[in-house]
Design a protein around this ligand. Structure first.
Ligand SMILES: Cc1ncc(COP(=O)(O)O)c(C=O)c1O
Length: 448
């Protein structure tokens, strides 16, 4: 068995999970498990999450922050969340960023400590905020003035003190797809820089709110470091202004997440440890230069922790070639389990999982899904020489696949297994056709 050649580098800078290997029969292994056996045992499509890759991803962030005295890594649950993931993240000492009542409920069911939960979102409802405060001392990242009023009212009604950060629009744009930029001036997320002072001022007068600090997340799948450094400098400027004009000195600064992963050879993201080290250094310099005390530093990566740990196994069904030359390999999943290609034109890398050592095809072909959209293309151009019955692995599917999946065409969602040291454990069961009709109701006038 040969270890994958890039296993020595940080998980977010390599395409495959770090435990990936290919045996002498050409079988792809991950987490000490033969993917061919996993396909037999659990069926396909199958999401596989490699625990070791997550552990190393988390270590990379912790290493990068090790010179900063007071820091905390929050895992952004929107990337991938289920009960087992909550337990894993908690056991690693991370905090958790949640953006909905469903994510909060999942965390609560997993017993995640309230004070390590950060509630995000640009339209938190009364029910969500109430659920958060009732669960315990959660932290709320306030997005707008109207939410601030609502939170103050709920906190007063429940007689609780809510710890808050304000989400800032820093006016910084990372190098990423338009749909996942969040820091630009016209972003729907957060409060413009020039309004933060009045937001803080207002909150400071409310006895049921404890203002901890500021937050800014500039976007996702960003490869370059510079926008993050600029973000830190802008937040330091704002902190100085708040101190000068309001006498308020923040205790917590959350610089967001968003670091990219390597989906294909064309991607070259900075490694998680270098990113964290550089951001912490910038915060230190920017704050010290202004004579500000160093805040507790929070970072909240999602994709770069769980994305590289995942791969999706598909079984090839029918293959065809059109008279014009176009070739298609159709697999048993597609846009319902991975909506990223059709949503963001995302590029993925594939390997045969049963003949990983097979020579490449002469002509390019597309790996397409089975759903009723022409845009349901997983990889537009590949030289994978796949035939009916072959197993295909698509790498980098740990983030924003399971969490963005749908039941399009009334398709049950795949199962998800966690692999480590030769063990494969189900962490999300495969949905059934019964699950598909579970919430359907037939009005009596239409009943048979
Ligand atoms: C507020 C916030 N924090 C963190 C993240 C995590 O981003 P990523 O998964 O790219 O690290 C997101 C993603 O959209 C976000 O909106």
């Amino acid at each position: 068995m040969t270890a994958s050649s890039d296993s020595a580098t940080a998980p977010n800078t390599q395409i495959r999970p770090i435990s990936c290997q290919v045996d002498s029969q050409g079988h792809l292994w991950v987490g000490g498990c033969d993917t061919n056996e996993l396909a037999q045992r659990f069926g396909t499509p199958l999401w596989i999450i490699d625990e070791q890759t997550i552990l190393e991803g988390v270590s990379a962030y912790k290493d990068g922050l090790s010179n900063y005295a007071n820091s905390q890594v929050l895992y952004a649950g929107k990337a991938f969340l289920c009960l087992a993931m909550c337990r894993l993240v908690e056991s690693l000492g991370l905090g958790l960023d949640v953006v909905s009542e469903g994510e909060l409920f999942t965390a609560a069911q997993a017993g995640f400590p309230a004070d390590r939960i950060y509630m995000h979102g640009n339209n938190k409802s009364e029910s969500e905020l109430t659920a958060g405060l009732q669960y315990g001392d959660v932290n709320v990242v306030v997005d707008n003035f109207s939410e601030l009023d609502l939170l103050a009212t709920i906190a007063s009604r429940l007689n609780r003190k809510a710890r808050i950060l304000f989400r800032v629009i820093p006016g910084v744009e990372p190098d990423t797809h338009q749909h996942i930029k969040t820091g630009q001036h016209d972003s729907k997320f957060g409060i413009p820089l020039e309004q933060i002072k009045s937001a803080v001022q207002k909150a400071l007068t409310c006895e049921h709110l404890i203002v901890e600090g500021l937050h800014a997340h500039i976007g996702s799948q960003a490869q370059r470091l510079e926008p993050y450094l600029e973000n830190a400098e802008i937040l330091a400027d704002l902190t100085e202004q708040l101190k000068r004009e309001l006498g308020f000195e923040l205790s917590t600064l959350d610089v967001g997440g968003g670091l990219a992963i390597k989906y294909s050879k064309g991607d070259s993201p900075v490694s998680a440890s270098s990113w964290a080290k550089a951001v912490a250094k910038q915060v230190t310099e920017s704050f010290e230069r202004r004579g500000l005390k160093l805040p507790r530093l929070l970072v909240e990566p999602g994709r770069s922790i769980v994305g590289p740990s995942g791969l999706t196994l598909y079984r090839v069904g029918h293959c065809k070639q059109l008279p014009g030359g176009a070739r298609f390999i159709a697999v048993d999943g597609g846009m319902a389990d991975n909506p990223r290609p059709i949503t963001y034109q995302s590029i993925y890398t594939a390997s045969l999982a049963n003949r990983a050592d097979a020579p490449p095809a002469q002509e390019p072909r597309s790996i397409v899904g089975k759903y009723c959209e022409s845009g349901d293309i997983i990889i537009k151009e590949t030289y994978l020489d796949a035939n009916s019955g072959d197993l295909i692995a698509i790498f980098g599917t740990g983030a924003y696949n399971f969490s963005m999946a749908s039941n399009y065409n009334r398709s049950p969602r795949p199962a998800c297994v966690l692999v480590k040291d030769g063990n494969a454990e189900i962490i999300v069961e495969r949905e059934s056709n019964d699950d598909i009709i579970r919430n359907d109701r037939v009005p009596p006038r239409l009943a048979r």
